[in-house]
Design a protein around this ligand. Structure first.
Ligand code: HEM
Length: 391
């Protein structure tokens, strides 16, 4: 009998995928050390994500009870991905009227140019460049700032504040991390509040003006919901996009496949499947549910391991092989169902722009600093540094 799996141990594993394969083979629903349950297979994961009897609202309630009053509690307890019906479809529908595909399309040229500029500025040291600090880290947050229309001089600060909030998404959060996150949220909400006020007197063609308009247009989106949403766009769009790029780049350089890579939709699809940045999301059963033949009792917290589902051999042939020409169902990296990632198409544009800019500037780049040091912060898995030989 092996030890029950504890997701906190993920940070000690250089490669979690063999462990995921064992857990996927163990049962449709696996009992974890903490009393939670988890699913690792594609079909069970898709079932839990789509079935309305599994919800995320309990997480908002848990954060509300765990956090002291203040900006962080307001943000986490109203976060869109912790809302259930009827609030979730209301908020999501309103956001969708402002965060439209046109906005993402209109931003493409800006994103391409920003990626090229950041690549051009990467310092070359002894024939190598480090791409996380100078490219993958700043780009996603700069993009959210540009999308919202936040003043350029406040963008770096918002990136740092959103970083300080990220640790509260873990399964266990230290008091020091929580206090840092709470302080950061106060400052971040202050800045965002000023930006919103400015839009009321000086409307602009940006997402923040559109969202403020939705808030003022008949109180359908409360001010607290709007604040939580805007802060969420930073946190939801930052580390995830950064890590999708970094993990995908590591995958390509490990296979000496970067120089030949043409960053098209199929390549991004396959990277999204194999280099999943958000390893899991959580749901709660609101009633007794049968999941793949295993009864899950009402109230059970259930972790859905997207990264493991993406390598399920039942649906992906040779699942650990990198094959941009493969067929199969979509990867679950952006989830499925009512909480499907609102920024998926934006994230894809950003990752494609970073690959294109990097391959253009350094067509012969190869891996420099293997083995890599992986971090796992809550559900997010990625690299702090990734250095390439470019000369
Ligand atoms: C590679 C990049 C990204 C990944 C892997 C990713 C992943 C995810 C996942 C797994 C969820 C579902 C969470 C759940 O079901 O509990 C989600 C939701 C969400 N994502 Fe993303 N995301 C990415 C980029 C972005 C970007 C760039 C934005 C916006 C700027 C964004 C905004 C959101 C929002 C607002 C939600 C909540 C949707 C809802 O609850 O209805 N994401 N994302």
């Amino acid at each position: 009998m092996t030890e029950p799996f504890d997701p906190a141990t993920l940070r000690q594993l250089d490669d979690p995928f063999p462990r995921y394969a064992e857990l996927r083979a163990e049962a449709s629903v696996v009992a974890l050390a903490s009393g939670r349950s988890a699913v690792f297979g594609y079909d069970t994961a898709a079932f839990v994500l789509r079935d309305p009897r599994f919800r995320s609202g309990t997480l908002g309630t848990l954060y509300a009870s765990m956090l002291p009053p203040g900006a962080l509690r307001d943000e986490m307890s109203r976060r869109i991905n912790f809302l259930d019906p009827p609030d979730h479809p209301r908020v999501r529908g309103l956001v969708a009227t402002a965060f439209t595909p046109r906005r993402v399309r209109d931003l493409r040229g800006w994103i391409d140019a920003a990626a090229r500029r950041l690549v051009a500025e990467l310092p070359i040291v002894d024939g190598t460049v480090e791409v996380m600090a100078g490219l993958a880290h700043p780009l996603p947050s700069l993009v959210v700032s540009e999308l919202l229309g936040v003043s350029p001089e406040r963008r770096d600060e918002l990136t740092a504040l959103s970083d300080a909030i990220t640790p509260v998404f873990g399964t266990s959060v230290s008091a020091a991390d929580r206090d840092r996150a709470a302080a950061a949220a106060e400052v971040m909400h202050g800045i965002l509040g000023e930006e919103m006020d400015r839009r009321r007197t000086e409307p602009a063609d940006d997402l923040l003006t559109a969202l403020v308009g939705v808030e003022e247009d008949g109180e359908r989106l409360s001010h607290a919901e709007l604040m939580s949403l805007v802060a969420t766009l930073y946190s939801a769009g930052h580390r995830t996009t950064r890590d999708l790029f970094g993990n995908g780049l590591e995958l390509l350089v490990a296979r000496d496949a970067l120089p030949a890579a043409s960053p098209d939709a199929r390549l991004i699809d396959e990277i999204t499947r194999l280099a999943t940045p958000t390893h899991y999301v959580a749901r709660f059963a609101t009633e007794d549910v049968d999941v793949g033949g295993v009864p899950v009792a009402a109230g059970t917290p259930i972790m859905v391991f997207l990264a493991a589902a993406n390598r399920d051999p039942v649906v992906f042939e040779n699942p650990d092989t990198f094959d941009p020409d493969r067929s199969g169902p979509p990867a679950l990296s952006f989830a499925l169902g009512p909480h499907f990632c609102l920024g998926a198409s934006l994230a894809r544009v950003e990752v494609e722009a970073m690959f294109t800019a990097l391959v253009e500037r350094f067509p012969h780049a190869t891996a420099a600093d293997r083995p890599r040091r992986w971090h796992q912060r809550g559900p997010f898995r990625g690299l702090d540094q990734l250095t390439l030989h470019v000369a």
